[in-house]
Structure formats: structure tokens, C-alpha cells
Design a protein around this ligand. Structure first.
Ligand code: 9MR
Length: 444
């Protein structure tokens, strides 16, 4: 099945007053005219994507590390700081110090922050490792709810469940204490995460899924089932811890997931040095760029010496120098690719607004980006037309007048002032179908 013949509902729409049709059209257009950018993040941004790194709170005091981080990357993932053992070391006692450090670093950079990982069979705190049955299920769901609530509105995408499928030929679930609480533990986790943070994209994340194989097909079948039953899932992460080769079906595998109506992301990329490292990095980058719904790439560390692996798998050497693999990634990014739905540039004067929609059966979350034109804005109002049967249930970073029909969203006091070209975002949740027309921004 090709992407264009996908009969499923379009789950993510981006609509903007002046250019709704252009933005939709851009979803299938190749970008060949962008000027070459000189950093990974800026280059990925040319096609609406991010280029991120897993980072460690303990390394942020290293000036070479932070120089590369802040120069090159526009997304961060905590390597360990938001895992269960880090965030709930004893039951009901939540510790967010290092997780917040990663969040603050990402915010200071204007970067997206990926949350990693709410539930996983590994790196559980000792108290959870010893639990089973209903007690474990309740503790796990409470963990999802508490952590996602702490970071509500601040995380671009959460790895809600990590590595729940088994290796080998069966395509089934991995045995774990979580799995033994019942096969529905994954969907229970996704539902809890959606309720706690409706604005975050919710991902399933795994490794050895770097091509069409039994394990990736097992996950594919789960995602297809979730979509058909309205279980909230928005994205699938492909870790891509690679050796000296890459499966010839790497891109086709990303595409088949995208065709189910989820975003796909490369979440933990690293590649064994020696042989084809630069080529493999470039192949992965090109594959993401060729898949419209591949929204970004994260490498699992910055310098070779920061890696969990000992085979020099990253883009910078231990001294912080760019490797050949770095250049091959940058060149691939600069060659352009398909354009995922993204916001449109501001018009001159006034303000513009675009909405991206995260929809499921019976409800949606809308994220609205407000962009000032060529002059500064002091107060804005965005009018959103809702179709029949649609109603706003709550809004954040804006106040709404009314809940149905044309709903006006007004800035709150901290986000009304925008510099020329500046942007801010607000969001709202609703029941029924999401908005299908472009929002209209006006000053005042
Ligand atoms: O890079 C992480 C390393 O520092 C930890 O010791 C390890 C603990 O299991 O987890 C590593 O990150 C893993 C990630 O969370 C999930 N996918 C595999 C990654 C590499 O092991």
C-alpha cells in the first residue's frame, strides 16, 4: 500500500489561515531549494524535523559537551533521568531533580524534550522489581500518571512503553513482571498517559525493529489494533542501535508504520564504527527524510566517550571533533526530503495561527501556534471554528470564550506580548471531531 492510497483517517492536520492548502500540499513536496545549514538541528528544521541527542545531567558541566549540544541539537532525551528507578526510588516518593535538569536544559535551548521512558522491564526500582499482579499494575499506572502529570505540557513525545516485545522469531511480547499483570498493560499505560498529559505525543519504543522482521511485525500488529480500537498512540520509536550493516527494508518498515496513521521517530541512533559507519548514518537519515511522518532523529549520546557502547558509535570523537559520520548526516539533511506537517511562516503585520491536531476516536488535542508578523504584538485572539458535535473541554496557556461553534481564545498575561516574528503556543482539548478549518489570528 502506498502512502497516498492509505484510506485511514488523517490523524495530524496542520491548518493555517493563509496557507492551509499549501501546508497540506507541502506534505508531499520535496524540499530541494533550502540553503545548506551548518548544524544538524538547523538542517533538520528545514524540513520541519528535529535532530536530537540523548543527554546526561551529570555531563552538563562539561563545556565541550554543552557547546556541541547547544550548537548542534534541537531536541534532547534524558538518557536515564526520567526512568522509573530515577523518578520513583521508593514507592510513592517521586524525585525529579535530574529529570528537571534535562527539561530545563532543553527549554533553555528552545529544544523539544522527548520523555524516556515511563514503563520498561529494565531499570525498575527494587521495590517494583519485587512486585506482581494487581499491586504491580496499580503501581505502574500510578507511576505513569504521576510522572506524566509532573511534566504535563512540557514533553513533546513520551516513550510510554519501552521494549515490551521479545527478540527472536515469534513476534510476541517479552516476558516481564509487567507483562505478567496481563496483556492489556500497554494500552492501560497509554490511556493513563493521555489522561495525564493530553498534549504529549505518546510513543511505543523498541530496538531490533530496524527492518521488516518478526519483532517489528508484532509491534505493527499491536499499533494497528490500538488504532482500530481507539487506544491513544501517536508515534513509534525505532531505537536503531546498529552494527556494521543496515536492513534493506529499513525505510519501508518506517513507512508501513506511518501508513497506520502514527508518526515515526528514530530514537536512539548509534552505529558501530569501522566499515560503513558514515554510510549507515546517511542511509538512516535519508530514510527518515523520505517518510513524511518521520518527525525526527535522536542519536544516543554526543561524543564516542559519552556512549553506553565501546565501539565509537557516535558523530563526535572523544575530543569533540566532527567525524565523517557527522558530515554524512549533515549532507543528507541538507539534501532535503519530504516535509511533515508544520507551521507556516508569518505574514507581514498582524499575526497568524496554525493548529496541529492529535485526534482519536471521540476526542482530540489541538496545539495552536501563534506567530507575530513583522511588528511586535501586544495581545492576541485566535478564533477557531469547531464543527458540529465538537466542544472544548479545557484549554491551557489561553482562555476561551465559549466551547462550541466559533471559539475565541485569548492570550493569558504571560504570553500576550510577542516580538516581531515571535511565537507562542497554546492548546485545548475537546470531544467530538477536531477543527477542520484554519484558525484566524487577530491582534488585540
Ligand atoms: O544509555 C543508557 C545507559 O546509560 C544505561 O546504563 C542503560 C541501562 O539499562 O540504559 C541505556 O539506555 C538504553 C535506553 O534507555 C533504552 N534502549 C537501550 C539503551 C541502551 O542500552
Amino acid at each position: 500500500m502506498t502512502p497516498r492510497s492509505n484510506p485511514g483517517p488523517r490523524r495530524v492536520l496542520v491548518l493555517s489561515a493563509a496557507t492551509a492548502s499549501m501546508v497540506i500540499a507541502a506534505g508531499i513536496a520535496a524540499v530541494g531549494t533550502a540553503e545548506a545549514a551548518s548544524t544538524l538541528g538547523a538542517s533538520a528544521a528545514q524540513t520541519g524535523r528535529y535532530f536530537g541527542a540523548a543527554i546526561a545531567a551529570g555531563r552538563l558541566g562539561d563545556s565541550t559537551y554543552t557547546r556541541i549540544l547547544t550548537t548542534e541539537f534541537n531536541s534532547v532525551t534524558p538518557e536515564n533521568e526520567m526512568k522509573w528507578d530515577a523518578t520513583e526510588p521508593s514507592q510513592g516518593n517521586f524525585t525529579y531533580g535530574n529529570g528537571d535538569r534535562i527539561l530545563n536544559q532543553g527549554n533553555a535551548m528552545g529544544a523539544k524534550v522527548r520523555g524516556h521512558a515511563l514503563l520498561w522491564h529494565a531499570q525498575q526500582p527494587g521495590w517494583a522489581q519485587g512486585m506482581s499482579g494487581t499491586a504491580l499494575r496499580n503501581a505502574a499506572i500510578n507511576h505513569v500518571t504521576q510522572v506524566a502529570t509532573h511534566y504535563r505540557g512540557k514533553i513533546y513525545a513520551w516513550d510510554v512503553v519501552n521494549e515490551a516485545f521479545a527478540d527472536g522469531g515469534g513476534g510476541g511480547r517479552r516476558d516481564s513482571n509487567l507483562q505478567r499483570t496481563g496483556n492489556d498493560w500497554i494500552e492501560a499505560a497509554f490511556r493513563a498517559a493521555r489522561a495525564a498529559d493530553p498534549a504529549a505525543k505518546l510513543c511505543y519504543n523498541d530496538y531490533n525493529t530496524d527492518g521488516v522482521n518478526a519483532k517489528s511485525t508484532g509491534i505493527y500488529n499491536m499499533v494497528r489494533d490500538f488504532k482500530s480500537r481507539g487506544v491513544p498512540i501517536d508515534c513509534v520509536g525505532f531505537q536503531s542501535h546498529l552494527g556494521t550493516g543496515i536492513d534493506s527494508t529499513y525505510q519501508a518498515n518506517l513507512q508501513r508504520f506511518a501508513d497506520l496513521g502514527v508518526d515515526v521517530q528514530i530514537t536512539e541512533l548509534d552505529v558501530q564504527q569501522g566499515g560503513n559507519q558514515a554510510n549507515i548514518y546517511s542511509t538512516v537519515t535519508k530514510a527518515c527524510l523520505a517518510v513524511t511522518r518521520c518527525t525526527g532523529i535522536t542519536v544516543w549520546g554526543i561524543r564516542d566517550t559519552d556512549s553506553w557502547r565501546s565501539d565509537n558509535p557516535l558523530l563526535f570523537d572523544g575530543s569533540g571533533n566532527k567525524k565523517a559520520a557527522y558530515t554524512s548526516v549533515l549532507n543528507a539533511l541538507n539534501a532535503g526530503g519530504t516535509m511533515p506537517p508544520t507551521t507556516s511562516p508569518p505574514s507581514s503585520g498582524g499575526c497568524t495561527a496554525s493548529v496541529s491536531l492529535n485526534a482519536w476516536t471521540g476526542g482530540y488535542v489541538a496545539t495552536v501556534r501563534v506567530t507575530a508578523g513583522s511588528t511586535a504584538v501586544n495581545g492576541w485572539t485566535v478564533a477557531v471554528s469547531l464543527p458540529s458535535g465538537s466542544a472544548v473541554t479545557n484549554a491551557w496557556s489561553a482562555t476561551n470564550a465559549g466551547t462550541t461553534g466559533t471559539v475565541n481564545f485569548r492570550n493569558v498575561d504571560y504570553n500576550g506580548q510577542l516580538a516581531a516574528g515571535g511565537t507562542t503556543e497554546f492548546g485545548f482539548q475537546g470531544t467530538g471531531p477536531g477543527p477542520s478549518a484554519a484558525p484566524v489570528c487577530r491582534v488585540g
